[in-house]
Design a protein around this ligand. Structure first.
Ligand SMILES: C[S@@+](CC[C@H](N)C(=O)[O-])C[C@H]1O[C@@H](n2cnc3c(N)ncnc32)[C@H](O)[C@@H]1O
Length: 221
């Protein structure tokens, strides 16, 4: 159930409740813990997914039996690890990271977790490299977690390169609270939402900064 307060945006989760729920439902093992802590250890921005969001990503990929996944925005490989774990042994993740230091740390983290053969880290700007990935598709899922002002471009690429029934997931879909502002970045993010709503069965899950999730619908015959 929801009530008027929660419909108006109030959240009932305290840090303690979040911690209890995470420990109960998906206690992190060593590899995930190391991946989560890697940005802090290496003096990188600590902007990786939350633990529950990582787990949700994993479950959504398992539910759709995803085999081939593209991620835009690797950072230190925390979300990549959740994704790689959701894949069958012949599955593959292509994860794109423009910052060489971030890509290097991610390679270490993913190697340490023993998943190096299931993940290709593409050290490049996403807008440049995505068109070259077309031949490896169609993909089962695309996860966006990089420069927010180009989500519309990445979303269009996903629409063209996902299989029917494939998943498009975009983090920070509320744009840190700036979604409705009059800026290029906010307009791009609104285009992402609006085009997703046309081409996908979709929802924006009210995580702290919004997680847009869409299932690509088959074209009408
Ligand atoms: C929010 S972090 C990704 C967090 C990661 N998905 C996780 O949860 O562990 C965003 C990353 O995207 C990278 N990035 C930003 N713009 C990019 C672009 N145009 N192409 C590739 N990577 C980009 C940044 O360097 C940064 O490492």
């Amino acid at each position: 159930m929801a009530d008027q307060s929660s419909r108006a945006g109030e959240r009932y989760a305290s840090a303690q409740i979040l911690d209890y729920a995470a420990r109960t439902h998906h206690p992190e093992d060593r590899a995930l813990g190391r991946a989560f802590d890697a940005p802090a250890r290496h003096g990188m921005p600590e902007i990786q997914l939350g633990q529950a969001e990582g787990r949700l990503l994993e479950l959504l990929l398992r539910l759709t039996q995803a085999r081939k996944v593209v991620e835009v925005g690797t950072l230190a490989g925390y979300s990549a690890l959740w994704i790689a774990r959701a894949l069958p042994s012949d599955g593959h993740l292509w994860t794109i990271e423009a910052n060489p230091k971030h890509a290097g740390v991610a390679a270490e983290v993913i190697g340490e977790a023993g998943l190096g053969d299931r993940v290709t880290i593409l050290r490049a700007d996403a807008a440049e490299i995505l068109p070259t990935l077309r031949d490896s598709g169609p993909f089962c899922a695309v996860f966006l977690d990089a420069d927010k002002g180009r989500y519309d471009v990445y979303g269009r690429w996903a629409t063209e390169n996902l299989r029917s029934g494939g998943l498009l997931i975009g983090d920070n879909a509320y744009l840190f609270g700036r979604l409705l502002e009059d800026s290029d970045e906010a307009r791009a993010m609104r285009r992402f939402h609006e085009e997703m709503a046309i081409n996908f069965d979709s929802v924006c899950v009210p995580t702290p900064d919004g997680l847009a999730v869409g299932l690509k619908v088959a074209p009408v015959a």
